[in-house]
Design a protein around this ligand. Structure first.
Ligand SMILES: [Zn+2]
Length: 314
């Protein structure tokens, strides 16, 4: 469940996908009702596609973007959905009459990649999802690492520039405020306002987009747009440094980079991140042993992972 779209899968116990449904999220500021109804209806429809009934499901798992309490199923703060303290788990259990487990969106994406994707069979892995914000997930000793209070993985709020741009979390200079798609859009707009030539405004008008989405970035790169190239390079340098910091701390087997840009640009997005990271590893020996790769499951990573989380908790 994201601020832009909602993707549901039904899987069997091995995680084999039996049906998929996707639609745009009906975000209505301050009112969670339409989205809760929408999630319930998507669950019903995806079951139908898989020729099942909701009652046949063992459980439902949901990854929501934001601060989520997996124990209570409450979404405490989800800026993209405009939510504070929404008892999503409870409301959906009432509507669907099946156990519902809520988790953070990148946590479930990490689980998806670990079970079936780029981090399969890894004993240690890090997931970094770059989108509107930047989220993270950790696998240590072969298991999802939630930390002492269940808050581990806030990789996007690593401060990289003191007194840098303000972040949504209230601090300054977090990697999210420097290298998320939102931050890239801010930098591109600033460059255009300062008089630099860019095709971004034109592409957005042509495609009817109000935000600089991954597809807008892809089109601008195809047109060799100097502003976008520069802004993207800067974001990749910062992300590469972030990966190096994390690898220097945890020495994982694999770092999975996901989100719209990784999906669309694949190694054009991940390659420069990997290069910077390798340069900044403290232990240079066998750099390539740390795999730094794009997500394998793409936009399904979260939904497939949410199914695995639901199965493990039910
Ligand atoms: Zn922050």
């Amino acid at each position: 469940l994201g601020g832009t779209s909602l993707l549901a899968v039904v899987t069997d116990q091995r995680g084999e996908v039996l049906g998929v449904e996707e639609e745009r999220t009906l975000v209505e500021k301050g009112n969670p009702e339409p989205i809760i109804r929408q999630v319930a209806s998507v669950v019903r429809r995806v079951c139908k596609k898989a020729k099942l009934k909701v009652a046949d499901l063992e459980a439902v798992g949901i990854g929501a973007a934001g601060a989520v309490d997996p124990k209570t199923g409450i979404v405490h703060l989800a800026p993209n959905l405009g939510w504070t303290d929404v008892p999503l788990g409870h409301e959906l259990e009432k509507a669907l009459k099946v156990d519902v487990f809520i988790d953070n969106d990148v946590t479930v994406a990490m689980v998806g990649e670990h079970e079936q994707g780029a981090a399969k069979r890894a004993q240690s892995a890090i997931a970094i999802w770059v989108g509107t914000g930047i989220g993270g997930g950790l696998v240590l000793k072969g298991k999802l690492h939630r930390g002492g209070r269940g808050c581990a993985g806030e990789i996007g709020h690593t401060v990289m520039v003191f007194d840098g741009p303000l972040c949504g979390c209230g601090r300054r200079g977090c990697v999210e405020a420097l290298a998320s798609r939102t931050a890239m859009e801010r930098d591109v707009r600033a460059a255009i306002e300062a008089g630099q030539q860019s095709v971004v405004t034109e592409i957005m008008e042509e495609t009817g987009k109000t935000r600089m989405t991954s597809s807008v970035i892809e089109k601008a790169l195809a047109a060799n747009d100097a502003v976008v190239v520069e802004v993207l390079n800067k974001a990749q340098r910062i992300l590469g440094s972030l990966v190096a910091n994390l690898v220097n701390t945890l020495d994982p087997e694999v770092v999975v980079i996901g989100g719209g840009l990784a999906e669309r640009l694949e190694d054009r997005f991940v390659g420069p991140i990997r290069e910077t990271a390798y340069q900044e590893f403290i232990q240079k020996n066998a750099c390539e042993k740390v795999r730094i790769v794009a997500s394998k499951l793409g936009d399904r990573a979260g939904a497939v992972g949410a199914a695995f989380v639901a199965m493990s908790r039910s």
